[in-house]
Design a protein around this ligand. Structure first.
Ligand SMILES: Cc1cc2nc3c(=O)[nH]c(=O)nc-3n(C[C@H](O)[C@H](O)[C@H](O)COP(=O)(O)OP(=O)(O)OC[C@H]3O[C@@H](n4cnc5c(N)ncnc54)[C@H](O)[C@@H]3O)c2cc1C
Length: 395
């Protein structure tokens, strides 16, 4: 029987499995997942789940009944794929021969230099959340290194739990990429109004730990004392297992617009690990770490893989998914459509930045992204507007 192996047993792996089955794959599917948990959803890890008690049942992704026939192997990782020979070696020493392969290995947190990380926490997995949650209580002094989305979400959640929060970041504005200085500053003010302190344009030079806590020494000579510190300085794609195949693995695995890794037949990638060109914007391959993108890339990749394995033509229509993500910080619901990071200038389209607002991001005259602070009812209309703009040729 023909076999497809899916490496990565979380959102992208599950969505790829579902898409293959929905498109009529009748061969075997083996899913290899490094985590010991079945597929679960990560966004609540820095939001509701961190505020409550971490619990797999609250985040486990419901699997369709037909995925019951799939061979799910959790707690084991892929260590090497030989794409030419179509063989995958696992951490338990076993080797799986396959016909088609899906890379769905996502990313892991980037860490501070080794001498600083001994006592730092990260937040990517349910186990990370389970380890961190009991330490965040009324009065806990929490330092967060990194002021991106995850850092700011942790700050907001921890502040809601009564923690005293410091955020340290090299950037001069939180979430500056993709939101811009103006919007990042407006959000920073909301955090500061809740008592969160920012140390921006600063790096951590040393960490001194003792039974009474940690002292983080910053590059301007200042010090931040804390009971717990979290590193939230970005991510690193999990691609080591693909080395030795001549693929471009700089910042994720480079794919073509059909999601084939390096254009290779029978080998596709999905989700956070995949770097692919989206002609909605241009022909530059980019990774998109959005929950929704795992689903969209999985559908496209599954169609490509099945076409390759059956020797039929690939879907001729270009793959042009509109990126979308959300973030919850305090009572603020942020939604983003398109690719604000590509914007060269911004314009407040509706509302004002101190309250609810819709912000447009323009490349030349073309609207390439829209961010909503609140204003959920405007979302469908502005989503339509940006799609209309992106399907026009740039001016
Ligand atoms: C705290 C947090 C909050 C988030 N909030 C939002 C949000 O509000 N909105 C939004 O749009 N997105 C959010 N995201 C991003 C979203 O969760 C990701 O885009 C999504 O999880 C990507 O799915 P994935 O399957 O590609 O990768 P992952 O979910 O990372 O899954 C990859 C899996 O592969 C496994 N793996 C890695 N290497 C190997 C190997 N060699 N062998 C076998 N298995 C391996 C990993 O252990 C992991 O289980 C958030 C992410 C985090 C961490």
């Amino acid at each position: 029987m023909s076999r497809i192996v899916i490496v990565g047993g979380s959102l992208g792996g599950l969505r790829a499995t579902e898409a293959l089955l929905a498109k009529g794959w009748e061969g075997g599917i083996v899913v290899i997942g490094a985590e010991r948990h079945p597929p679960y959803t990560r966004p609540p890890l820095s939001k509701g789940l961190l505020a409550a008690a971490p619990d797999l049942a609250a985040v486990e992704l419901r699997r369709r009944p037909d995925t019951g026939a799939v061979d799910w192997r959790f707690g084991v990782s892929a260590v090497h794929a030989d794409l030419e020979a179509r063989r995958l070696t696992l951490s338990d020493g076993s080797v799986i021969a396959y016909d088609g392969i899906v890379a769905a290995t996502g990313v892991r947190p980037r860490r501070l230099p080794e001498h600083l990380t001994d006592n730092g926490f990260t937040l990517r997995t349910l186990d990370d959340c389970t380890a961190l949650r009991p330490l965040l209580n009324q009065g806990t002094r929490l330092a967060i290194v990194g002021a991106g989305f995850i850092g700011c979400e942790i700050a907001a959640t921890a502040s809601g739990l009564g923690c005293s929060v410091d955020v340290i970041a090299l950037d001069r504005t939180p979430m500056v990429l993709p939101l811009s200085e103006v919007v990042g500053t407006a959000i920073r003010r909301r955090h500061e109004a809740r008592g969160i302190r920012f140390h921006l344009g600063r790096s951590v030079q040393a960490v001194d730990s003792s039974p009474s806590g940690h002292v983080l020494s910053l590059d301007d000579g200042s010090r931040v004392e804390c009971d717990v510190f979290v590193e939230a300085i970005g991510s690193q794609p999990c691609v080591e297992w693909l080395e030795g195949n001549g693929l471009d693995l700089a910042n994720g695995v480079e794919c073509d617009n059909s999601m084939r890794m390096g254009g290779r037949s029978g080998a596709v990638a999905v989700g956070d690990v995949a770097r692919f060109p989206n002609p909605l914007f241009d022909d530059v391959p980019r990774r998109v770490e959005h929950w929704q993108m795992a689903t969209e890339t999985a559908a496209r990749a599954a169609a490509t893989l099945l076409a390759d394995l059956s020797g039929t033509p690939t879907e001729p229509k270009p793959f042009r998914p509109l990126p979308w993500f959300w973030s919850d910080q305090f009572e603020m619901k942020l939604q983003s459509f398109g690719s604000p990071a590509l914007g060269e200038h911004i314009e407040v389209l509706e509302g004002d930045l101190a309250g609810e607002a819709a912000i447009g991001y323009y490349r030349g005259k073309q609207l390439v992204g829209v961010v909503l602070l609140g204003m959920p009812k405007a979302a469908p209309r502005l989503r339509r507007e940006i799609l209309d703009s992106l399907t026009l040729e740039p001016a």
